[in-house]
Design a protein around this ligand. Structure first.
Ligand code: NAD
Length: 318
């Protein structure tokens, strides 16, 4: 059934793809973004649609959001909370960024929901909440000790969503993303490598020794999974890992593939140690048995998602 959805972080990489998908499914969509990393051009298609409204607004500005939603007579049923600081390294030097953009946005979105009587929230969480663990990460893996402020603020966000479901909200969906890749990305390893090679075509500097190995999921599959699970999973609080089938990709693979696509003669210069930066989890592997049991399975392997994203990022960087 068509719903009215509020998407926070709507002009960002994942938020803008989500907006497009929700509109294509016939929903009415209200988007906000403070343009920390968002880009208006990501919403070029959506802004032509009648069912879409957008305002440059900070999710922490509860009064401003209330005024906007009231002026739109929005009657929002569900918030897709995508806004956060997505630059994990930035939070390493200034943790306030994660407190404000990653945790407080969740806290304030819940305040907005309670004030307006909005019952449902779907939340973009992250593998970063798990910290360092050997073996497959399951939704009930623990204890959870994140090693980045970003991961800590995502975990705290999960906590306040759980408490909100107990206090007033009807239902919550927590989606723990892996690394997500695709067109319109605003950050991340492929984006960084393409950008670096465009600037200095002779050499690609890699943070860490290239052995970091993680699952990469194409954004189209992430949106498929979220929309599917939000429609199907009907516990009060629903929590799912989303990832490609048990496969992962090394940073070395990505560096070599980007060089082949962008500047084939460039030399790759690796750094030392397996961690790209403070707070980087160098290796992890997800169990997706729970979402598969619900009925969703990914189609692309991690390497296939990376290869497709490199083509997409290279095309837009041309
Ligand atoms: N891309 C990934 O690999 C990945 C992995 C795990 C989790 N996530 C999560 O998915 C969500 C979307 O990430 P993304 O990759 O699209 O990053 P992104 O930076 O492109 O999108 C986040 C958007 O939120 C906006 N934003 C930040 N603070 C805000 C605020 N206070 N008010 C309003 N808008 C604000 C930014 O301007 C940006 O447009 C984030 O919550 C991120 O933490 C992403």
């Amino acid at each position: 059934m068509p719903a009215t959805c509020l998407v926070t972080g709507a002009a960002g990489f994942i938020g803008s793809h989500l907006v497009d998908r929700l509109l294509s499914l016939g929903h009415r969509v209200i988007g906000i973004d403070n343009m920390l990393l968002g880009r208006k051009e990501n919403l070029a298609g959506a802004l032509r649609k009648q069912n879409f409204r957008f305002r440059e607004l900070d999710a922490n500005d509860v009064a401003g959001c209330l005024e906007f939603l009231k002026s739109e007579r929005a009657g929002v049923q569900i918030v897709w909370h995508m806004a956060a600081n997505s630059d994990i390294q930035a939070g390493g030097t200034n943790p306030d960024v994660d407190l404000n953009a990653t945790f407080l946005t969740t806290y304030n979105v819940l305040k907005l929901m309670q004030t307006l009587g909005i019952g449902e929230i779907a939340f973009a969480s992250s593998s970063a909440i798990y910290g360092l663990h050997d073996g497959l990460l399951h939704e009930d893996t623990g204890p959870l000790f994140p090693i980045s402020t970003y991961g800590a603020m995502k975990l705290a966000s999960e906590g306040v969503i759980s408490a909100a479901v107990e206090r007033f909200a009807k239902r919550g969906w927590i989606f723990r993303f892996p690394n997500v890749v695709g067109s319109r990305s605003t950050h991340g390893v492929i984006y960084d490598f393409v950008k670096k090679l465009k600037a200095t075509s002779g050499e690609l500097e890699v943070l860490g020794d290239g052995t970091q190995q993680k699952p990469y999921l194409h954004v189209s599959e992430l949106i498929d999974a979220m929309v599917f699970a939000q429609g199907k999973a009907q516990e009060r609080l629903n929590c799912y890992n989303i990832a490609p089938p048990t496969s992962s990709t090394t940073v070395r693979y990505i560096a070599e593939a980007v060089v082949r696509a962008v500047s084939p003669k460039a030399k790759i210069r690796y750094g030392a140690g397996s961690r790209g930066w403070v707070g980087d989890v160098p290796r992890f592997a997800y169990s997706i048995a729970k979402i598969q049991k619900l009925g969703w399975s990914p189609k692309m392997t991690s390497d296939e998602a990376v290869d497709l994203a490199i083509r997409e990022n290279f095309e837009t960087a041309k």
